[in-house]
Design a protein around this ligand. Structure first.
Ligand code: LR7
Ligand code: MN
Length: 561
């Protein structure tokens, strides 16, 4: 009996060892092996924003979450990091999770796990195996790394910094500029300046990541800027491919493939190389790719991790510093770079891990939704020309919300002589399906009231009635540009002058009186250039000089489902 048990244990042990060896061997094989299972995980969950809504990250072999497959020990590679007077133990133990505290509460990731990991763990080299044999010129330019943060956990912030120092050739790191965006404890940042090359700037009030990055860039002494989030881990040889591309052409703005660090167990997981931002690389582009180490052109970048020439950053107008806290700056930068003469690419041989979270762990002084709307409205109003109507269609609640003055950004666009958004769509993003001018049924809401018709001569605002399919015909409008229809009747102006009434007429798309187009939240009569105005508080709707900021000119389409 005992013999049998001993044999069984021996067999199991051998099987376990073989299994482990097979596992290691598999892991070092080229990634594209057809047997690899890929799983799609939604990095969404945040209740805001196209990035979150469309956010998708493909993770290979999710069942293998053990991250510790050592490829090249970083210390051996670069001879260790100089940590100066920095006392890591004291820094980390200065702030620790108290027994019984929810480890997710403060940072929206598992702080306990992050603290446990240590600052120098090995991670798997997730690049395509051919990347390892790519070589770089000997005279790459050094870079200033800029990391902004607001109340980041000490262990993640330190790991970000150490991974940079460990996995970059030291001569290429000019400095690491931390911008402490008014975190509660100034020492989170201050103590880190004891590490050689690390500088700390502290904002005297909360500025948000956009103005913080501009501040960091302002003091950078290298000619190339590298931006990172404060909870990243850079992977083997992450920096050289990016510096090389920017050195060859300073108008290129380049990003790595962004790997996933699990917010639960901090496993480092390879993202698919077939993704471009949050979407699949178009099939034609994929078929034309013979070399998996080559750059991938991309219409937009995720926004947090990229390398850009400093003078190009300044020439293109840095960032829109009227954007607050978080969000929208990634679209704005992406449109601006392409439309004003640069390009964006993702470099598959550069890999950086990032902790994706499901919620913001910090507050937004003006509220999350309003801030996001303000920022994205600014991007849409400055860069999207007439295509901004699709933005408003997708985010009806953005209409009428304030976004400040954009005159300086419009002046910048003129000064730089940038291309139109149409040019961008045709040349940079031809795969994007523009919603066809398909008629959409909607109500036209103003405040709590809805535009309604009573016979052909009389229009007015009435209490919004019903929902979905039960909406009354008198409040249901079909926007089929240039017409605004109700069955066979269309919204028309009575005369071409300001103050003239609107009424319903049999539809005729050739009739100038019936042509409308969206202008921000307003509806503009295309020929007269005047806007539909409800003339509050009484009076029938008329057309008046366009002032889309006016509540009486704001018509929020609410799609009927
Ligand atoms: O008020 C603030 N001040 C800050 O300094 C708010 C945030 N921050 C810091 C913060 O500590 C962090 O280091 O700014 C950085 C980004 O904030 P996150 O990590 O909360 O943002 P995110 O990872 O959800 O957001 C992505 O989109 C943002 C839109 O504004 C920024 O562009 C982020 O840099 C960006 N992150 C990435 O692109 C990493 C890859 C994610 C993807 C896809
Ligand atoms: Mn982040």
């Amino acid at each position: 009996m005992r013999r049998i048990r001993a044999n069984a244990i021996a067999i199991l042990t051998v099987a376990w060892i073989l299994g482990t060896l097979y596992y290691l061997w598999q892991d070092n094989k080229p990634h594209a092996s057809p047997s690899s299972v890929s799983q799609t995980r939604t990095a969404a969950g945040k209740s805001h924003g196209p990035r979150a809504a469309a956010g998708r990250v493909e993770i290979h072999r999710d069942d293998r979450t053990i991250p510790l497959i050592v490829t090249r020990p970083p210390r051996a590679e670069h001879g260790g990091v100089q940590m100066g007077r920095f006392d890591e133990k004291a820094y980390l133990s200065g702030k620790q999770l108290k027994a019984g505290d929810d480890p997710y509460r403060e940072h929206a990731f598992n702080l306990q796990e992050s603290d446990r990991l240590g600052s120098e763990r090995a991670i798997r080299d997730t690049r395509h195996y051919r990347c390892a044999s790519v070589t770089f010129g000997p005279d790459l330019p050094p870079t200033s790394v800029i990391i902004t943060f607001h109340n980041e956990a000490r262990s993640t912030l330190l790991r970000t910094i150490k991974s940079v120092l460990l996995r970059s050739p030291p001569s290429l790191i000019q400095e690491i500029i931390l911008v402490d965006d008014f975190s509660t404890d100034p020492e989170d940042c201050q103590l880190l300046t004891q590490i050689p090359k690390v500088l700390c700037l502290r904002n005297e009030r909360r500025e948000g990541l956009i103005r913080s990055r501009v501040r960091g860039a302002g003091v950078a002494s290298a000619s190339i800027l590298t931006f990172l989030d404060s909870h990243c881990e850079v992977n083997t040889d992450w920096l050289q491919p990016m510096l090389q591309r920017v050195k060859e052409d300073h108008t290129r703005v380049v990003s790595p493939i962004i790997d996933v660090i699990s917010l639960d167990n901090f496993a480092y997981l390879a993202a698919s190389a077939d993704l471009r931002g949050w979407e699949q690389i178009p099939i034609e582009q994929k078929m034309a790719r013979t070399d998996p180490t080559q750059p991938i052109r991309t219409p937009v970048i995720a926004g947090g991790i990229f390398v850009m020439d400093k003078s190009w950053f300044n020439h293109l107008g840095q960032y829109d510093t009227h954007m607050d806290i978080w969000g929208g700056e990634n679209f704005e930068l992406s449109f601006r770079v392409w439309m004003c003469g640069g390009s964006l690419e993702i470099l598959p041989c550069s890999r950086v891990g990032h902790v994706f979270r499901k919620r913001h762990p910090y507050d937004f002084p003006e509220g999350n939704a309003l801030t996001y709307i303000k920022n994205t409205r600014r991007a849409a109003e400055v860069w999207m020309d007439d295509y901004k109507q699709y933005y408003y269609l997708a985010r009806p609640s953005a209409q009428g919300k304030s976004f400040g003055s954009i005159s300086d950004r419009l002046a910048l666009r003129r000064k730089l002589n940038c291309n139109s958004f149409r040019w961008y769509l045709e040349n940079v993003y031809p795969e994007l399906k523009i919603p066809q001018q398909e008629p959409v049924s909607s109500m036209l809401k103003q405040g709590g009231l809805c535009l309604e018709s009573h016979g052909t001569e009389s229009l007015g605002l009435g209490e919004c009635k019903g929902s979905g399919a039960l909406w009354p015909q008198s409040q249901k409008w079909t926007l089929a540009e240039p017409l605004i229809r109700q069955q066979d009747l269309c919204l028309a102006i009575a005369a071409f002058s300001s103050g003239s009434k609107v009424r319903m007429e049999p539809c005729n798309p050739k009739d100038g009186k019936q042509k409308w187009r969206p202008k921000g939240p307003a509806l503009q009569h295309a020929v007269s250039g005047l806007c539909l105005d409800s003339q509050p508080p009484t009076g029938p709707p008329v057309i008046a000089q366009c002032r889309p900021q006016l509540a009486s000119q704001s018509w929020e389409p609410q799609l009927l489902t």
